[in-house]
Design a protein around this ligand. Sequence first.
Ligand SMILES: [Zn+2]
Length: 247
Amino acid sequence: MPMERATALVLRTTDWSETSRIATLWTRELGKVRVLAKGGRRLGSSFDSALDLLTVCGIVLIRKTSGGLDLLTEAQVVRRFARLREDLSALYAAYYVAELLADWTEDLDPHPDLFDQALTTLDALATVGSDVPLETMRFEMVFLGEMGYRPVLDRCATCQRRATGAVAPAFSAEAGGILCPVCRSGHRDQREVSVEGWRFLVDLDRPGSEWREPRRAEGRAEVRRLLGDYLTALRGRPPRLLPYLLA
Ligand SMILES: [Zn+2]
């Protein structure tokens, strides 16, 4: 049976039997995998505490060739984000990152860039004095792009007319981005976006560091709501951790 090595972030674990656990892991090499860790509940097992939530570990697994769970044979802690436990808002944001990865990605569909970005975000969240809501919104934007839902922000998502910023655009999850004044009436879920909120979204979507620039509380709250509503509309239900996020 094929044996594989990977770097994994622990997204979820459930007890399976008296001694074993099932873990959902987000790996850089293989994407999401669900593994059975035999003896994973025993104190002093070979997995030690490597299967704690949000731990990054180096793993070895045996791939099942015909259905069933892969078997985890080794898990060594590479790093932990211990400081998350000291700040509840950062911990909720980190759980939110794990929830998005667990719920939206398919098994065995790797996204190495998203893996790296998730670790960068968790690292930032675990840093004292970091801007937790801002780091979370940045991750959501990167995540949406990786999942194929990058919102259209530079032009009307319907007629392609370029946005100038002179007029406040509308946003529609259904259209997948902003709408010009002419097209907005064609989408029932459209809502107004302030020019400030729109510019903030554009910066969150850019590769540079403009997204770190200071924003007014109103603009942050608006973008926080919009991103949450967009993710909710795409998925058909709100992420469980969404109500715990701050703006
Ligand atoms: Zn239009």
